[in-house]
Ligand binder design. Structure first.
Ligand code: GAL
Length: 664
């Protein structure tokens, strides 16, 4: 690309007599006081909070526990339901007189009400979204002030652990009366929107394009002047790239096809809870990238803005998602007027995020029954959300993520741009009815396993689980609606029009311990108290340690790097002579397995096999356990590319896998 035309759209408040002042962005996260409960006068400046806990935001009041076995494992058995208050004393500078002051909250779980000096400044009604309040009129410049925030999660419902409290950062923004609005710039390259207060076009000669390989970033500084005096300065980061979907050729970035090798990520960080932590996020993304992942879906809600900054910088593409099933099961949104609610939530979401080059697709929501059944005005609601996306960002495509394949017959996809389906090649009917639309597998696999746990015999079918509350890491188990990784690899090979996949999930998360969810009590007679409290879906476990599957994905997603990974461990104390299946994940075509130096034969991938698994993994089904060393040597076109081994460590504690299988 030689030159690119940048359209800079600026929304500013109308000019007042100007002061010579620019903006201050104040970190407002330290020295908060916190207590659970709802004391009646907690918003009052004179309220005595001396006995409260001192906390630093972001803060998740529930992650400290304690775990309560009687609570639902679906939401992590943690005490997140309830009310809580945060209070912060702060000094408003005398120089703030005549200025505007905004409090920007990246996310409060849930239904926050914000008070300044005892008076209600405002609130918000969706725990995952960012919002800001103009608190100017309630402030006392030149004196001490008190901000109090009430959060109430009792009305919030969830299918996973949502966290509780002010779990993302808070900032104060102090500007002159004439200023760029919060999230007030829109930079597009080079599309033009019609609507607006100021628009400016610039030509950027010889731009460096943003891509996963070279995520080049630029920034635009917006300077507002009146009669030569600077009223405001505002910096926005952006990247120059083109995005396009093609029905038969998937997703094109800068004119070239990029196969989406994506993962879904929930918002919690395991033991750190839902409180956002930039380094924890960065580490998750690094681990995903090291596997060859190039894309993230923010399932199923507005992410912390820092996630998008990281993806911009690291070169990860993003599907940015607004809602989960709001119809019945999950976010259970509190709207009385859906259109008003949807417009307001979409506005904040899109205005906050639209300058990020990493975002290539907006998702209006996940598996929304109202839409897929067209009940309760489902299509009208879909239309309202999609219209709001298009209003605030006419430059990016919009999708809705579906799971009901038959619902495609009603053509809900006519309302949005890209067809997205979860699991089981369910996109087939939509593809047939709308061959002009691109297709993404927005949730693939949902394979379940516990890192380092192996159980025999191998499952005869994917839903063979035992009562051990651990799931064998032979990577052959998935719930009934889902599949093993190789099925999706194969479908993408056979359906090259598919733009790519997003695995459920990159990391384990708190809650949703399928197949040991609450529903399993009825099926199998478990006691609720015995059920686990975190997912088994992750390619990487809750602590950030890769499971075996990580290497299977790496072998396919990052073929340029050598992968030779053997499973299981080789510490079967007391099992001498007993046969164990051994699998090898490699980017090679074949591998030879050696036990204590003796060849057990060479196996090659079977690209034409009817069995998806045989196409991508190498299997020796009966290797007699002999203490010592198991070694695999992999080759590609008969040329050795690498090797790896498993060594028996006598007395290793890693002999957990000896539970007799108990099936229900
Ligand atoms: C999907 C859903 C995800 C998760 C997943 C588990 O249908 O969208 O949120 O529940 O199933 O397989």
């Amino acid at each position: 690309m030689k030159n690119v035309c940048i359209a800079l759209l600026l929304i500013a408040f109308s000019c007042q007599p100007a002061f010579s002042q620019t903006r201050q962005t104040i970190d407002f996260n330290k020295n908060w006081k916190f207590a659970k409960g709802n004391p009646p006068t907690a918003s009052a400046p004179w309220f005595d909070d001396a006995g409260w806990q001192t906390v630093r935001l972001p803060h998740d009041w529930a992650i400290a526990g304690p775990f309560d076995p009687t609570l639902s494992g679906e939401t992590g058995k943690l005490p997140w339901k309830g009310e809580g208050w945060y209070r912060k004393s702060f000094r408003a500078e005398a120089s703030w007189a005549g200025k505007r002051v905004y409090a920007v909250f990246d996310g409060v779980m849930a239904f926050p009400r914000v008070y300044v000096n005892g008076k209600l400044a405002g609130g918000w009604d969706y725990g995952y979204n960012s919002f800001y309040l103009d608190i100017t009129a309630l402030l006392l410049p030149g004196s001490d002030n008190l901000m109090a925030v009430y959060a109430d999660t009792r009305q919030h419902d969830s299918r996973w652990y949502p966290g509780a409290g002010i779990y993302r950062k808070v900032q104060l923004i102090v500007t002159g009366p004439v200023h760029t609005a919060v999230w007030g710039t829109q930079i597009t390259t080079p599309e033009v929107s019609e609507q607006q207060a100021f628009e400016q076009f610039m030509v950027l000669p010889n731009p460096r394009l943003w891509s996963p390989e070279q995520p080049a970033l630029y920034s635009v500084k917006t300077v507002l002047r009146k009669n030569g005096v600077i009223c405001d300065e505002y910096s926005s980061s952006f990247g120059v790239r083109t995005i396009r979907f093609n029905a038969d050729n998937g997703f094109l970035l800068n004119g070239k096809r990029v196969q989406l090798k994506g993962v879904n990520l929930h918002h919690d960080f395991g033991a750190l809870g839902a409180a956002f932590n930039t380094r924890a996020m960065e580490r998750q993304l690094e681990i995903m990238q090291s596997m060859g992942c190039n894309a993230i879906r923010t399932s199923h809600n507005v992410p912390a803005p820092e996630l998008l900054d990281l993806c911009d910088r690291m070169g990860l593409l993003v599907i940015n998602e607004l809602f989960d099933k709001y119809d019945a099961k999950a976010d259970v949104l509190p709207f009385t007027d859906f259109n008003e609610f949807a417009e307001r939530q979409t506005r904040n979401f899109v205005e906050r995020d639209r300058n990020h080059p990493c975002i290539f697709l907006w998702s209006a929501g996940n598996e929304i029954g109202d839409v897929q059944g067209n009940v309760n005005g489902g299509f009208a609601k879909l239309q309202a959300v999609v219209a709001a996306f298009r209003k605030y960002d006419p430059t990016r495509p919009v999708t809705l993520v579906c799971d009901n394949k038959d619902a495609a017959a009603m053509r809900h996809f006519d309302y949005y741009d890209v067809v997205s389906y979860n699991y089981g090649r369910r996109y087939a009917l939509a593809r047939q009815l709308a061959p002009q639309k691109a297709v993404i597998i927005t949730e693939s696999a949902s394979t379940v396993s516990t890192r380092g746990f192996y159980e025999l015999p191998l499952p005869a079918k994917k839903t063979d689980f035992t009562h051990s509350f651990q799931i064998s890491s032979y990577d052959l188990n998935a719930p009934w609606w889902a599949e093993v990784p190789e099925d999706d690899f194969r479908w993408q090979q056979e359906d090259p029009f598919v733009a790519g996949e997003f695995v459920w999930t990159g990391f384990d998360y708190l809650g949703e311990p399928t197949p040991y969810g609450d529903w399993s009590i009825q099926e199998s007679g478990f006691k609720k108290e015995d059920l686990p409290r975190s997912s088994y879906f992750g390619i990487v476990d809750l602590a950030g340690i890769p499971k075996d599957r990580y290497y299977l994905y790496k072998s396919v997603w990052k073929p340029e790097e050598t992968t030779v990974h053997i499973l299981p461990h080789w510490n079967w104390a007391g099992q001498d002579g007993k046969p164990f299946p051994v699998f090898v994940y490699t980017n090679g075509d074949c591998a030879e397995l050696f036990l204590n130096g003796k060849s057990l034969g060479k196996r090659c991938k079977e690209p034409q096999s009817e069995n998806s698994v045989a196409r991508y993994r190498l299997m020796w089904m009966e290797v007699p356990y002999t203490p010592g060393t198991l070694r695999a040597v992999a080759d590609q076109n008969n040329k050795i590319i690498g090797e790896n081994g498993r060594r028996c460590r006598p007395n290793s504690p890693d002999t957990r896998s000896h539970h007799p299988p108990r099936r229900w």
